[in-house]
Design a protein around this ligand. Structure first.
Ligand code: CA
Length: 127
């Protein structure tokens, strides 16, 4: 777990991502080219009853049709800007945003009805 020195303003960047939602609206708008950092903070989620994972997900067959994003660990934390292609976030993502718009975060799972739990993540935008 990363030890953040979060000020009051940055604490507002903590987003709870729900396992039983395809996408959680972070309420954060990004600009193309702006540096964006997304880090796993705490929490566990379950893509099926009986197991729980963090932002890295469960592994398994990355090409399972149960994955929203092919080639990526099942139940991993993934992101999307507006309605663009999803990208793998995992427990740490630092990159210039490839598009402008609203940032959404979600679980790499297409079968949401048996999911539970949540992850808290920190989203930092660099000016
Ligand atoms: Ca599931």
């Amino acid at each position: 777990m990363v030890d953040y020195q979060l000020g009051e303003d940055r604490a507002a960047g903590v987003v709870r991502v729900l396992a039983d939602h395809a996408w959680t609206d972070t309420g954060i708008d990004v600009l193309s080219g702006e540096w964006l950092q997304i880090d796993y903070l705490r929490g566990m989620w379950s893509p099926w009853p009986g197991d729980a994972f963090d932002a890295i997900g469960s592994g398994g067959d990355p090409h399972c049709d149960c994955n929203q994003m092919a080639g990526v660990s099942h139940a991993a934390l993934i992101g999307r800007i507006e309605d663009g292609e999803p990208f793998f976030v995992g427990d740490h993502w630092l990159q210039a945003a490839g598009a402008s718009g609203r940032l959404y975060l979600g679980i790499n799972d297409t079968r949401l009805s048996d999911n539970s739990g949540w992850l808290d993540v920190v989203v930092l935008q660099e000016d």
